[in-house]
Design a protein around this ligand. Structure first.
Ligand SMILES: Cc1ncc(COP(=O)(O)O)c(C=O)c1O
Length: 399
C-alpha cells in the first residue's frame, strides 16, 4: 500500500528515528470513510450504547461533591488498586496492591515497560502480524524485530520461539497477547501458555503480556493469563478501556517486585499522573454499581455479535475463506483463499459497497507480506443486522 512520509520539512531537524516513519494511505482512506452510511468492521471500538453513562455520571458527581482532591495532582488512588486486585483475582492472578501500577491506559503501560526494558537497537520478538499501537511504541528505539508465526486456533508459535532462543537470541522482551489477540482473534491454549512461560524462565527473557481484552470472555472456562504462571518475568498490562470506557484512559501494569520506583520515575516523566478524576470516579463507580454484572452484559452482547459474524461468514463466504473463532476480544481474522491484496479490496469495498475493514497487511511486522489475503473484522461496534448485511455485501466482491 502506498505510504507517505509524515513530515517533509527541510528546515527542521528531527530525531533520526522519525525518518522511517510513514503515514499509510490506509489511515487516510479510513478517515475519509467513517461516514454514517458505512458499515464498519474497521476499528476496535466498544459498543457506545453499552457505556454506563448514567451510572458513571453518578459516580463522577459523588466524587466531585465529596473529594476536593479529585481535581488535584495526586498519588495513585489506593482504593482503585484494591479494585484491580479483585479484578485480577477474577482473571486468575493473585497479586497485591503494591504490585499494581496505574497507567493512562494499556497503551501507556506498554510504553513504560518498553522504556524500562529497551535500549536503542534492542531485539524484540513479536508475532508476524502485531497490534500496530505496540509497533509504534517500538519505533523510537529502532529495535531489531524478530518474528514468530501464529496458529489461528492455538496462538503464538512457541516452538519457533524456542528455536530462536536456542540459536542464542536473547531479546529484551517478547510481546504476547494471550487472550483475544489483536489482530488474529485467537487465544493461546493452556499448553502453549505454560510452554511460553517455561521458555522465558529457562532463557531469562521478559514477556510483555498485553491483556487489553482478557476480561471479556465468551466461553465458560477462561484460560489464566501468563502472569498467573510467573510473577518475576511477566509484565502484565490491563485496562478499563474495554470493560468500562476508553475515554477514561486508565489501565494498569502488574509489575514484578522491586520495580515500582523505577516505573514511577518513567511515568512521571511521561505524564506525571494518571487522571486523578478518572481514577477516583472509576473507584466510586465500582463501589456504587456492579462492574462484574456490567462485564457480563458486555460479554453476552459481544458473544452474540461474534456468533452473528461467524454465521454470516459461513453463509456468505463458506469454503472460500477460513477464520478464527474468538474466545475473547473484539476481532476476527478472515483469510480468503484467492484474495491477492486485501488493501485493494478495501478501496473497492468502500467505493462500491460502503463496507470498511482493516486489511491484514496493515499489521505485518517488518513490512512482511503476511496478511495480504486477510481481513481483520471487528464485531463489537455494529448491531447484528448490520454485521450480517456488511458480510453479505463484502462477499459480492470476493473471489
Ligand atoms: C491489543 C491492544 N492493546 C492495547 C490497546 C490500548 O488500550 P488502552 O485504551 O487501554 O490504552 C489496544 C487498543 O485498542 C489494543 O488493541
Amino acid at each position: 500500500m502506498h505510504q507517505q512520509t509524515v513530515l517533509e520539512q527541510p528546515l527542521l531537524k528531527l530525531a533520526q528515528w522519525t525518518e522511517g516513519v510513514e503515514r499509510s494511505a490506509l489511515q487516510q482512506m479510513l478517515m475519509r470513510a467513517s461516514g454514517p452510511d458505512v458499515i464498519s468492521f474497521a476499528l476496535g471500538l466498544p459498543a457506545p450504547e453499552l457505556f454506563p453513562g448514567r451510572e458513571f455520571s453518578e459516580a463522577v458527581v459523588s466524587v466531585l461533591t465529596s473529594q476536593a482532591l479529585a481535581l488535584q495532582y495526586g498519588p495513585p488512588f489506593l482504593p482503585l488498586k484494591s479494585h484491580i486486585v479483585s479484578l485480577m483475582r477474577r482473571r486468575g492472578v493473585d497479586c497485591t496492591e503494591d504490585m499494581v501500577f496505574l497507567t493512562s491506559g494499556a497503551q501507556q503501560g506498554m510504553s513504560l515497560v518498553a522504556r524500562l526494558l529497551l535500549d536503542s537497537g534492542s531485539e524484540v520478538v513479536l508475532e508476524e502480524c502485531a497490534y500496530t499501537g505496540f509497533q509504534q511504541i517500538l519505533q523510537p528505539y529502532s529495535p531489531r524485530l524478530l518474528t514468530v508465526g501464529t496458529d489461528l486456533e492455538t496462538g503464538l508459535d512457541v516452538d519457533a520461539l524456542e528455536r530462536l532462543f536456542t540459536r542464542g537470541c536473547r531479546p529484551a522482551l517478547v510481546y504476547a497477547i494471550s487472550d483475544g489477540h489483536n489482530p488474529f482473534g485467537v487465544s493461546m491454549d493452556l499448553a502453549k501458555r505454560k510452554a511460553l512461560v517455561n521458555l522465558a524462565e529457562r532463557f531469562g527473557v521478559p514477556i510483555l503480556e498485553d491483556d487489553a481484552y482478557g476480561l471479556i470472555q465468551y466461553e465458560d472456562y477462561p484460560i489464566p493469563p501468563l502472569r498467573s504462571f510467573n510473577d518475576e518475568l511477566v509484565f502484565y498490562v490491563g485496562s478499563f478501556s474495554k470493560i468500562l470506557a476508553p475515554a477514561l484512559r486508565v489501565g494498569w501494569i502488574i509489575v514484578p517486585k522491586g520495580l515500582n520506583d523505577l516505573f514511577s520515575i518513567v511515568k512521571e516523566a511521561a505524564d506525571i499522573d494518571t487522571s486523578t478524576l478518572s481514577q477516583r470516579s472509576i473507584a466510586a463507580y465500582i463501589d456504587l454499581f456492579d462492574l462484574g454484572a456490567h462485564i457480563k452484559t458486555l460479554s453476552q452482547v459481544y458473544r452474540q455479535r461474534r456468533d452473528t459474524l461467524l454465521q454470516a461468514l459461513n453463509t456468505y463466504l463458506g469454503p472460500r475463506a477460513r477464520w478464527s473463532k474468538p474466545r475473547s476480544g473484539l476481532f476476527m481474522w478472515v483469510e480468503v483463499a484467492d484474495l491477492l491484496d486485501s488493501a485493494k479490496l478495501l478501496a473497492r469495498s468502500l467505493e462500491k459497497e460502503k463496507v470498511a475493514f482493516i486489511p491484514g497487511s496493515a499489521f505485518a511486522v517488518n513490512g512482511g507480506s503476511l496478511g495480504r489475503n486477510a481481513l481483520r473484522l471487528n464485531f463489537s461496534n455494529s448491531p447484528p443486522d448490520l454485521i450480517d448485511e456488511g458480510i453479505r455485501r463484502l462477499a459480492r466482491l470476493l473471489p
